[in-house]
Design a protein around this ligand. Sequence first.
Ligand code: ATP
Ligand code: MG
Length: 437
Amino acid sequence: MRLSRYFIPTLRDNPKEAEIVSHRYMLRAGMVQQTSAGIYAWLPLGLKVMNKIADIVREEQDAMGANEVLMPTIQSADLWKESGRYDDYGAEMLRIQDRGERDMLFGPTNEEMITDIFRTHVGSYKQLPMNLYHIQWKFRDEIRPRFGVMRGREFLMKDGYSFDLTHEDAVIAYQKIFLSYMRTFARMGIKAIPMRADTGPIGGDLSHEFIILADTGESEVFADKKWMEMDTTAPDLSYDDIDGLSEYFKELTNIYAATDEMHKEENAQGVDIVTARGIEVGHIFNFGTKYSDPMKATVQTNDGKQIPVHMGSYGIGVSRLVGGIIEASHDENGIIWPEEIAPFHVGLMNLRFRDDACTKACDDAYAKLQEAGVEVLYDDRDEGAGSKFKNMDLIGLPWQLAIGPKGLEAGTVEFKNRKTGEKMEVSLESALEKIVD
Ligand code: ATP
Ligand code: MG
């Protein structure tokens, strides 16, 4: 993509309304625009990153055997009256009436609707286990939308739901999800720590929040110091290996990490605990028959009984992750995108637009990179080198390739790793080779 043809309305100065670094950089890099409190338009660069995050989420859900669906944003209030949550949910729910004065709402979550879909079509234990997910916009009328896309009112969430015959089966579903979440976040180049979370009236230990540590995080968390150094790459384990899944789950949920101190007293004797701040990027929850009971989502067992299914729900904050990843990965000059979700892999800079030989070398490099399937953002504008470097650092692509007349004379270009800051003076050919590798 040529920067001259790309809609990326960058800002030179820090926007006053942005309190935290991710919000500042997202506005400055022209990724989003606020349209009203907590509601954002996603501009090309921001959308590209969010789509990459959604793609990773989707691939890992599919790999685990979940089926993608797409439920509407607007829901009828009837289902929520059936589950009892229409009155319970409170002011966070945006309530609407249609022209026939029927009560509708903009979905803050989808447990009721998925339960309805399930009970409409599934009646036998033979159809279980089942796992459905979608990636859809949610609306929650948050009392204090803030921090840009991190706590929005309209936000993109992956929410998934599992259906099982027994609690034991639901535990297996939960452990599969657990592994898939570890894989999902590792692929995004971030360390998300699974923390034991409150299960409320349902009890048990089957609720975890996946938290990335950042000073600006809204949650206070408590974790074994071990997590700080630990590599959280998930093992190469098959989803059919039930024993392996359970072992992995146990292994990780011993190393202590929790979102409240109560668990600390209970479980953390003799452990070196670090208190930190974190951003919740995912939340998984087993809730048994909480919805299937009142909504009569039952299946027939092999001896002919009708029993309510055991369910769980599994969220990932897709739009929140865009900000969360920036919180976890930036420096004073701008964003540092992890490779897998970077909007482009290389930023190519023409340092002297008015020099024909230089422009030709840049055009050639651009063509070669594109041919090799490398995603490249080419700063081909008639602008000074200094402002180009600054802009590229802000946008935060993993690699920068700067081509100027001086270097060309000596047969070299400048090749920089955004994360380490390491710069190499190499020939254009070897830079291209390195990138394509
Ligand atoms: P929080 O405690 O941050 O309010 P939650 O527990 O209400 O979140 P869930 O219902 O578990 O959220 O939703 C699943 C995921 O959706 C969360 O883990 C989070 O990443 C994301 N999310 C929730 N609320 C928002 C929001 N207002 N803006 C952006 N993302 C959100
Ligand atoms: Mg939550």
